[in-house]
Design a protein around this ligand. Structure first.
Ligand code: OAD
Length: 238
């Protein structure tokens, strides 16, 4: 076993208030592409940049185009939790991990059994009417063409945070609370490029900050331990 994994194991062994903060890289080993890697969603060519398609104003003006992208690129059908999701859920069940804070919208942490999951960017597994606000089943979005509509005529949308939209206040306050009180913060599978989510890690006050990411991030200088391996492979060893 390599030295970094050994260090990570020791840190986990000595902690009982671990918080995990993650992003799209946590789900790549489940077959869901991330955003900014070379084979990620943002390095493919579309009629509009993905950040534009995933924005509030675009959704309002071009729901058909949004849904084409949604069905084509945001599909999570058949994706299964990988070793990272599963081990995090086990650590929570063992009383060592307090919260998973994720930017992901795929529901895979809950599928693995995690209970306290703070979804900063919402979830594709929930949907609501953009006009009357009524919650509807996410299955309503599975229309083969066109745009799914509510009984009131409004366009149904996924319960995700689009660009130009604010994060949910309670989720952010909860994330700050857990990070501030954590004795160990594990950050994994995120480029830390998107704010305000990325800024939340600055609330950590401890001395066990671990970064598990294949590429460099802006938080490398803050980390007490950096592991550049695949996160699923790392978690399968701790
Ligand atoms: P990114 O695509 O920006 O970053 C994913 C990071 O994970 C990259 O640094 C990869 O090197 C790393 N990575 C990929 N696979 C990995 C693996 N198996 N093991 C370890 N590291 C791996 O994704 P996020 O940081 O999640 O927001 O992006 C943040 C937000 O940008 C998303 O939530 C989304 C997007 O726009 C919205 O849609 C609002």
């Amino acid at each position: 076993m390599n030295e970094n994994i050994q260090k990570l194991r020791e840190m986990v062994r000595g902690s009982d208030n671990i918080v995990f903060f993650g992003g799209a890289g946590v789900s790549t080993e489940s077959g869901i592409p991330d955003f900014r890697s070379v084979d990620g969603l943002y390095n493919q060519t579309y009629a509009f940049p993905p950040e534009t398609i995933l924005s509030h104003s675009f959704f309002e003006k071009n729901p058909e185009e949004y849904y084409r992208f949604h069905h084509d690129k945001l599909s999570i059908a058949g994706a299964k939790p990988n070793a990272a999701h599963i081990r995090l859920a086990q650590l929570e069940a063992e009383g060592k991990l307090r919260a998973v804070i994720t930017q992901n919208i795929d529901g895979l942490h809950q599928a693995a059994g995690s209970k306290n999951v703070l979804e900063l960017h919402g979830s594709l597994l929930r949907a609501y009417c953009s006009r009357c606000g009524k919650s509807v089943s996410a299955e309503c979005m599975n229309v083969s063409e066109g745009v799914p509509r509510c009984d009131c005529g409004g366009v149904i949308r996924p319960d995700i945070v689009l660009y130009e939209e604010a994060l949910d206040d309670d989720t952010v306050s909860g994330a700050i609370h857990f990070i501030r009180n954590a004795d160990m913060l594990i950050i994994g599978g995120t480029s830390l490029a998107v704010y305000p989510a990325a800024g939340l890690i600055n609330y950590y006050r401890g001395h066990k900050l671990v970064l598990i990411n294949r590429t460099e991030t802006g938080a490398d200088a803050m980390a007490d331990l950096i592991i550049r391996d695949k996160i699923g492979e790392v978690f399968s060893q701790i």
